[in-house]
Ligand binder design. Structure first.
Ligand SMILES: Nc1ncnc2c1ncn2[C@@H]1O[C@H](COP(=O)(O)OP(=O)(O)OP(=O)(O)O)[C@@H](O)[C@H]1O
Ligand SMILES: [Mg+2]
Length: 549
């Protein structure tokens, strides 16, 4: 459909006159054909074009104010709407999408995209499907699929204001990972709200409802006391459905923790770190109990006065804060080895979901650090010592909700030094080892720049505050003119920037609603079940018949 005519083109900006009666939306993708080249445009602003004199405007507005009719002769020649758009790509005869290197001629027609145009943009040739291409606020039928192999090693950043749809997107991504037939990717999720497994509220869905969960989900929770398969039942459209899911207890004994698990939270000063190492050298596997249970004076003496009393006191306090009250981290030995089990699951391409609704901030930080550190260490070692084995390992991505808590300037800077934590290390070095971060935050403005820059795939949901969207725009390609659009996104609407996935512009997307994915899958499952029941009946009948004869 024709929506306008080009009236100006300069640099990679095109201004076009909007056809009368047509509504063009901010963020909309459009096309212009000119001399065998198809230009793809993206609208970012509007401006009325007026040739009226100030005297005419004063006279006409005064008339309207008094309630009189305003008749403007030659209106369409003297007053019209224009839209301003960036050229995001040009497609030449070879049908390959290129960055723009020319502009369309004046008075070329501007048209809406059809499905063929969208297909040419190569938005759906990956293996991780996350939503539909969006035109304005309307979803099309064309899916957006990210290329997991390219996207996984380079980190993903998901940002959006509260309620914008970050957790929904997290579930959609987890579902996409589980749906890839080969166990090529693994994902580690930490859920402090208990919204991923069964959904945040009754009536909503979670990962357990996915048929693939039986094979691909590794659930860590305190609902069991030993690793085992648990049957979960739910009813959908009056039919009872069962899932047998592997569940591992959420418990780690002190003896499985090392100084680096604490140090790499980034919470300890150099003298405190030294104290941890000193305790480890002196007490080995009892080091943690020794530091948390013994009196300060006993520690002071046992370590030959090599640590300050003040340092001992603050370190004890920090350790206790992280270890919590014994819900997750247990003083006594436990029979399971959660950290080892997670490494195994990651190596088999599972989605590991650590459900910890009652964890304190300290426990969450320690657990996430201990898990991320082991994964990174194992992948690094295998890469160095057995590169062929490493080649076969799945890409692993570790989710960091509230990423600004781990990766802000403030969290990474001590009084006089820059303190690394495991996630800042992974964001810098993980790529080489197939280990990466899925950073989720409502405050991207707080993140340190390298994290924003190194997350080569960014999914930006609604972000109304300037410091947040500006920071993202500053460190991402293709977003120069997107500020107005980022402010105006609705729930589940986003812009996807992913040059690694072959997207050469910020793609407007409507993220799938996780509930809809589940309903579709469950409908398929029920249809399949009823076919099986029918088959059985048929088979049963034939069987009986054959017996009869
Ligand atoms: N793509 C979508 N389509 C339809 N509904 C959605 C979509 N994304 C999110 N929603 C709905 O919006 C609500 C908030 O979504 P969600 O919990 O994912 O937001 P959030 O960004 O994680 O918020 P918070 O910052 O509070 O954690 C939910 O009820 C969810 O069902
Ligand atoms: Mg959320």
């Amino acid at each position: 459909m024709k929506v306008g005519v080009v009236v100006w083109a300069e640099g990679n900006i095109v201004k076009f006159r909007v056809a009368e009666g047509v509504r063009v939306e901010r963020g909309q993708l459009l096309k212009v054909y000119d001399k065998e080249v198809k230009y793809i445009l993206r609208v970012f602003d509007f401006r009325p074009e007026s040739l009226l004199t100030p005297a005419e405007i004063a006279r006409l507005s005064h008339k309207r104010e008094r309630g009189e009719d305003v008749v403007l002769y030659d209106k369409s020649l003297r007053l019209y709407d224009t839209a301003i758009a960036t050229i995001i790509a040009q497609i030449e005869e070879d049908a390959i999408v290129h960055g723009p290197t020319s502009v369309p001629s004046l008075f070329s027609n501007v048209e809406t995209l059809d499905e063929l145009d969208l297909e040419q943009l190569n938005l759906d040739n990956g293996d991780l499907v996350i939503g539909y291409v969006r035109i304005g606020h309307k979803a099309t039928n064309v899916e957006i699929k990210l290329k997991g192999e390219k996207v996984f090693p380079h980190h993903i950043l998901i940002s959006g204001v509260t309620g914008a749809g970050k957790s929904n997107l997290g579930k959609v991504l987890a579902g996409a990972v589980m749906s890839v037939p080969e166990p090529k990717y693994s994902l580690v999720l930490f859920d402090t709200e208990s919204e991923y497994f069964q959904g945040a509220r009754p009536g909503l869905f979670g990962l357990v409802h996915l048929p693939e969960a039986e094979e691909r989900l590794f659930y860590v929770s305190n609902i069991v006391s030993e690793p085992t398969k648990v049957e979960f039942r739910f009813t959908y459209k009056g039919v009872e459905i069962k899932r047998r899911i592997f569940v591992h207890p959420l418990e780690i004994s002190y003896s499985k923790l090392y100084p680096l698990d604490f140090i790499l939270t980034g919470e300890f000063t150099p003298p405190q770190e030294e104290l941890l190492w000193l305790a480890w050298k002196t007490k080995r596997s009892d080091w943690l109990e020794f530091l948390t249970e013994s009196t300060t004076s006993l520690i002071y003496r046992a370590l030959s006065k090599m640590a300050h009393v003040n340092t001992i006191n603050t370190t004890k306090r920090k350790l206790r804060h992280m270890l919590g009250s014994g819900e997750i981290f247990k003083k006594n030995d436990v029979e399971t080895d959660l950290l080892q089990a997670i490494i195994g699951a990651v190596g088999r391409g599972k989605v590991v979901l650590v459900d910890m609704p009652h964890a304190t901030e300290g426990e969450e930080k320690l657990l996430a650090t201990a898990i991320a550190r082991r994964i990174f260490k194992v992948y690094e070692e295998i890469r160095k010592n057995a590169p062929h084995e490493w080649e076969k390992l799945p890409y692993v991505m570790i989710m960091v909700e509230e990423a600004h808590k781990y990766l802000s300037k403030q969290s990474l800077t001590g009084i006089s030094d820059v303190r690394e934590n495991i996630f800042s290390i992974i964001s810098k070095r993980g790529r080489k080892y197939k280990v990466s971060g899925l950073y989720i935050t409502q405050m991207p403005g707080e993140l340190i720049e390298p994290v924003i820059r190194q997350a080569l795939t960014k999914i930006i949901l609604s972000l109304p505050t300037r410091p947040d969207y500006q920071k993202i725009i500053e460190y991402s390609p293709y977003l120069d003119e997107a500020s107005q659009e980022l402010k105006a996104l609705d729930k589940g609407e986003a812009l996807v920037v992913s040059p690694v996935s072959g997207l050469r512009f910020a793609a407007p997307i409507k993220v799938f609603c996780f509930e809809d994915i589940i309903k579709e899958k469950l409908d398929e499952e029920l249809a399949f079940k009823s076919v099986k029941v029918l088959d059985k009946k048929k088979y049963g009948k034939t069987f009986t018949t054959s017996h009869d004869t």
